[in-house]
Write a protein that binds this ligand. Structure first.
Ligand code: RP5
Length: 157
């Protein structure tokens, strides 16, 4: 079994349809990940436990998705020095604008790499880029992916 590389946390099962796009990236790149429903507000102790268990298992990157007053990524950041990627989810009456600001506006010294609202694919790719710093296979796969994107755009002429 492969060592865990990424833990995906999301505040609610209602976030899962969006976060399936992050899982698809890791499936495509052959990266070992785990997905859990943990909420900064509703399950604070279980969230901390998940972080500690993941670090013990070798986790290198955390991805945290939440909507509304989205504090999950910030809370995870407060418990680890591993990179934390935040995905603001468009849920609730403010359509993710609340989650975007809650996730991105971290205080100095506590960074969360925040992607766009519902940008779950980019969260996955950013995690792959982080892991590729020490993994030549992943770096090659990323280059091939960029090339394929360029070719697809040019083919649209
Ligand atoms: C957040 O509140 C979750 O991340 C979700 O985006 C939003 C609504 O949660 P549910 O009421 O659908 O469980 O904590």
């Amino acid at each position: 079994m492969k060592t865990l590389k990424v833990l995906i946390l999301m505040g609610s099962q209602s976030d899962l349809p969006v976060m399936k796009k992050t899982e698809a990236v890791f499936d495509a790149f052959g990266i070992a990940y785990k997905t859990m429903i943990r909420s900064a507000h509703r399950t604070p102790e279980a969230t901390l436990q998940a972080i500690q268990d993941a670090e013990s298992a070798g986790c290198q990157v955390f991805i945290c998705a939440a909507g509304m007053a989205a504090h999950l990524a910030g809370v995870v950041c407060s418990h680890t020095i591993k990179p934390v990627i935040g995905v603001p989810i468009a849920s609730g009456p403010l359509n993710g604008n609340d989650a975007l600001l809650s996730t991105v506006m971290m205080p100095p010294g506590m960074p969360v790499a925040t992607v766009g609202i519902n940008a779950a694919k980019n969260a996955g790719l950013l995690a792959v880029q982080i892991l590729a710093q020490h993994d030549a296979r992943l770096a090659d796969q990323l280059k091939a992916d960029r090339l394929a994107q360029a070719e697809a755009i040019l083919a649209e002429d």
